[in-house]
Design a protein around this ligand. Structure first.
Ligand code: CP3
Length: 345
């Protein structure tokens, strides 16, 4: 077993553990009344992200309530452009807003600003680790270059990431410069999180699923591969979970070319494919449809049991296929955790 009996870390490092360790993407969030209370105390969403005391508090809330096997640093993938010099704001009920960047303006962004601007995040990582039970794995994270770039270029969330896809297709050299900068910044950011006490890191490529296979190779596989390689050059012990949401048939290639230690699966990935093609190479994480948690009852139980039956023999980290939504019932989440923990082979 991995250090201090950290089950989730053990799975990432190569062991099969049953019942599998469990955590939930966006486990600290609006479905929890205690999160909403701390969020109100902080003021704006970014004020919460940059306040080490309150970020620590919301990170620990789901651990206290459910005893998850991992805590994930409370922050957001968009602190990256904010740190680089493209300010981000979160308008109430509107999601993130940025002044869109043009590819000929990328030279203005400065990766060396990360250390100072994101110092409160590193402080939060250290303070979370100090308060966390020894057996709980601490995850750091960043957004993948492609996914972060979709917000930098559009200035907001879009239904199909059209603005970033256009930019990448029409000016690949300019787009490459933005990717290079984000790779360098992400390596630096993740290395600092590991130094501050993160056991492993997850790279969120939430919009990986909108690219054709040529563009997927360039803007998803290659930047993720370079982050893994760059991070391991600085921190040989670094453990990395990749989450290329929507990658579908390109998952196998993603796993073999990036060298991630674990791969996050969205709920559309067939369990037989995950078992036969992915699990022999890497640990898999996922992939319950979040809607099954909203419904609870039979839809949730059937989803949990299938994942455990199909993937429970190998290296599995139980999770949802994407973040939990604000309409989830905290009691249903409790029943999800109980069912996974009560499972027997
Ligand atoms: O998983 C966790 O508990 C850690 C915290 C975390 C947040 N965002 C908190 C958050 C993590 C890992 C993220 C990642 C993130 N942020 C992603 C990638 C993962 C994914 O869900 O696809 C993306 C694309 C973002 C960008 C982002 N942040 C958007 C589009 C929004 C607005 C949509 C929304 O859900 O409101 C956010 C805001 C955000 N990030 C909230 C939380 C808890 C809600 C803000 C609030 O409390 O008002």
């Amino acid at each position: 077993m991995a250090r201090e009996g950290r089950k989730l870390l053990a799975v990432i490092e190569g062991e099969s553990v049953f019942p599998p360790p469990i955590w939930i993407m966006r486990q600290a969030g609006r479905y929890l009344p205690e999160y909403r209370a701390t969020r109100a105390e902080a003021g704006g969403f970014l004020d919460l992200c940059y306040n080490p005391r309150l970020a620590t508090e919301v990170t620990l809330q789901p651990i206290r309530r459910y005893g998850f096997d991992a805590a994930i640093l409370f922050s957001d993938i968009l602190v990256m452009p904010d740190a680089l010099g493209q300010p981000v704001r979160f308008a109430e009920g509107e999601g993130p807003l940025l002044d869109p960047i043009r590819l000929d303006e990328v030279g203005r962004l400065d990766p060396s600003r990360i250390d100072a601007h994101l110092a409160p995040v590193f402080e939060a990582v250290a303070s979370i680790r100090a308060k966390l039970p020894a057996e709980t794995t601490l995850l750091g994270f960043c957004g993948a270059p492609w996914t972060v770039a979709t917000y930098m270029i559009a200035g907001r969330g879009t239904p199909d990431q059209g603005p970033a896809r256009r930019a990448a297709l029409s000016d690949p050299e300019g787009f490459q410069r933005l990717m290079d900068l984000l790779v360098e910044a992400s390596v630096r950011y993740l290395a600092r999180q590991i130094e501050a006490g993160a056991d492993a890191v997850q790279i969120f490529d939430s919009w990986a699923g909108v690219l054709d296979d040529l563009e997927f190779g360039r803007w998803v596989v290659e930047p993720n591969r370079r982050i893994v390689e760059g991070l391991r050059a600085l921190k040989p012990e670094a453990r990395v979970i990749g989450f290329p949401k929507g990658a579908g048939a390109m998952l196998e290639d993603y796993v073999s070319r990036t060298g991630v230690d674990a791969v996050g699966l969205d709920w559309t990935v067939p369990l037989s494919y995950a078992r036969d093609r992915l699990q022999p190479r890497t640990a898999v994480q996922g992939n319950l449809d979040p809607l099954r948690v909203i419904l609870g009852g039979r839809p949730m139980e059937e989803g949990i049991d299938r994942i455990l039956a199909e993937l429970g023999q190998g290296r599995l980290i139980f999770n949802l296929g994407h973040g939990i939504t604000p309409d989830a019932d905290p009691e249903t989440v409790g029943r999800l955790v109980e069912r996974v923990r009560a499972a027997r082979r």
